[in-house]
Design a protein around this ligand. Structure first.
Ligand SMILES: Nc1nc2c(c(=O)[nH]1)N[C@H]1C(S)=C(S)[C@@H](COP(=O)(O)O)O[C@H]1N2
Ligand SMILES: [Mo]
Length: 326
């Protein structure tokens, strides 16, 4: 069960706080009194040696494997791909700490084998898949997508994986399947920095038609390599027209549901993080503007694009007032 945590009081937008602090969701959680324990742990986490130096540990063959990719598509309009080193050292993966460098330092603890993904709920053919069978069964494609975090930073990444829709169809969702819920691994043994900063496990969800949209993608790698642990190995969601927190990492369970499933950031602060959370420059976050973003590696902010530059998803939301359905 999810622990329902409600902010005890609204945070005043007139608070005088420097902008980088103001945008920091870690400090927001601290103010809500959620993370005293978690922050202390994140601080000890930084004393850990980086992955490469961790007590003689070297990356296994599986962790550094090059993938064979059948097709490649640029879906970021020819924009420059962000250097892999930036994408793997500036992360949000709160199970490994709340600092941007914490996942790179700590996620070496994640055990990605054996790994299974349970698919269940409103479907005729539920099942448990082994990650290695998944690799064998699906020819991998590479898609270059923009990724835009709700905090206002963005990256352009070549993701390796396969379309989510055809994968989900194999489990024969019934007519009652209106939503798809996703759950991340939560194992305190492997994620000792997580503490109680969020209600675990991390959960996300999509409406079924969003999940079936051809842009929705399951990623098992990036830059032609097996997914780095800090980016959500061995399997993560990639939904490029939504704020980054929808793209849930290290998935262990997928469930077809009739009701809209609870999603982590929405449970923590429903007035700040909607279920839909489509990238929308004209709807500000209550504590900061969403009009612009900083691409990692660039000096100046650039305008944020409606649906993150994927206008083909607009028909999914015909009839919804996107100012209220955020
Ligand atoms: N399980 C889990 N998934 C998660 C998160 C997280 O903290 N835990 N953070 C989200 C956020 S806020 C973003 S922006 C992206 C970051 O992906 P990246 O670190 O690979 O760039 O992962 C998302 N998926
Ligand atoms: Mo994010």
């Amino acid at each position: 069960m999810l622990i329902q945590i409600k902010p005890p009081f609204p945070i005043s937008s007139s608070e005088i706080t420097p902008e980088p602090v103001y945008r920091d969701r870690r400090r927001f959680l601290a103010r809500m009194g959620l993370s005293a324990f978690g922050l202390a742990c994140a601080a000890c986490g930084r004393a850990d040696p980086p992955a490469s130096q961790a007590s003689g540990r070297t990356a296994t063959a599986e962790e550094s494997r090059t993938l064979s990719i059948a097709t490649r598509t640029d879906r970021a309009g020819g924009e420059a791909v962000t250097p892999m080193d930036s994408v793997t050292h500036y992360n949000n993966f709160y199970e490994y700490g709340t600092g941007k460098g914490d996942p790179a330092a700590n996620a070496w603890r994640l055990k990605t084998r054996p790994w299974t993904v349970r698919v269940e709920g409103e479907c005729e053919a539920p099942g448990t898949l082994d990650i290695d069978d998944l690799f064998k069964r699906y020819p991998l494609e590479e898609r270059i997508y923009r990724h835009r975090c709700v905090e206002g930073w963005s990256i352009v990444v070549p993701w390796d994986g396969f379309a989510l829709g055809p994968f989900l169809q194999r489990f024969k969702p019934t007519s009652r399947a209106k939503y798809v819920a996703f759950v991340s691994l939560y194992d305190p043994q492997q994620m000792p920095q997580a503490g109680n900063i969020l209600p675990w496990p991390y959960r996300e969800g999509l409406r079924i038609d969003e999940a079936m949209h051809p842009l929705s993608f399951l990623s098992v790698g990036m830059y032609g390599k097996v997914m780095p642990k800090q980016d959500g190995a061995p399997l993560r969601l990639t939904v490029p027209w939504k704020y980054g927190f929808k793209s849930i990492k290290s998935i262990v369970k997928i469930e077809f549901t009739e009701r809209m499933p609870p999603t982590t950031w929405n449970v923590v602060a429903s007035d700040e993080y909607g279920f839909y959370s489509n990238v929308n420059p004209s709807v500000d976050h209550p504590r900061w503007s969403q009009k612009t973003e900083r691409r990692l590696g660039e000096l100046f902010r650039r305008p944020t694009l409606m649906f993150n530059g994927y206008p083909e998803v607009a028909p999914l939301y015909a009839g919804l007032d996107l100012r209220t359905y955020f």
